[in-house]
Design a protein around this ligand. Sequence first.
Ligand code: CP
Length: 340
Amino acid sequence: MSQSNQKSLLQKTSTENSCLNFISVKDVADINGMVSKALSYKANPFLDRHLGADKRIGLLFLNPSLRTRLSTQVAATNLGMEAIVFNVDKEGWALEFEDGAIMSGTTVEHVKDAAPILGQYFDILCIRTFPSLKNREDDYSELVINSFMQYAGIPIVSMESATLHPLQSLTDIITIQENLNKFPLLEKRKPKVVLTWAPHVKPLPQCVANSFAQWITAWGEAEFVITYPEDYELSSAYTKGATILHDQDAALEGADFVYVKNWSTYTDYGKIYSNDPAWMLTQEKLKLTNSAKVMHCLPVRRNVELSDEILDSSNSIVTQQAGNRVWAAQAVLSELLNKQ
Ligand code: CP
């Protein structure tokens, strides 16, 4: 499936460099095109086995991962690329990102020096970085990923940044579409997709929820409802176009897909206010839905965020969802390779 003469499914949004990047839904010109491409790779993983021949991809981890790390590696290998993983947090020099920093503390190497070198070693560079959850302004400035975009000079792929998780969100839409293809709705209507907050034992980023909201609203092919306890509002930059309810039962009514995810507070940043276990999804609550498929990005805290009875039931599509991470990554990398 050589795409070189076809219309690009990605678009240039950054003024910082001349590369195509994959940082948010804004980098995608055609979401449904990306979904189709991913599903064609799922049907035939080696369709473009030579596209990335003699190309190298760097996967830089400033934070832990299981799915993102391995699925991106598998996707790159399916396209014939060599993938090199570097756990910067454990094996690299401590990086400095502040412009003009006097580096007399713990940081050893400035991103201004490191990123252009990585740009010479690799053809595509993927970065995972989490927010500090201490200072909202700093986290939402996306300094880490923006610095790599500014200084590396090659395409940058976010494997989750301080505020967004675009590979996860593309996967989520692929999974919803795949289920709709297999089990079309009986009535002629858009599927009802509910993103529900769930309890957790520690404060988590808003990335997955921000990103899912951003992608689903941009996709425009679902009735989208977000439900969370008072005080857990997300940035309106991502939730515009969604219906927001604080009554979880009302939100779940007639849902076709329920996406379960915890996030910490946005306004009084990075806190856990209430951790009401009543917000955990159970089979009893699922009775309110249209026998909804249940989604979660994983890892999941069993019987805190989601009950065993749901995760081990036929309603759960979390394994299918995580499996689809490969095809989302492969579609994105293939688009970037076609533009090199
Ligand atoms: N969903 C997700 O990004 O999983 P990992 O943190 O294991 O990569």
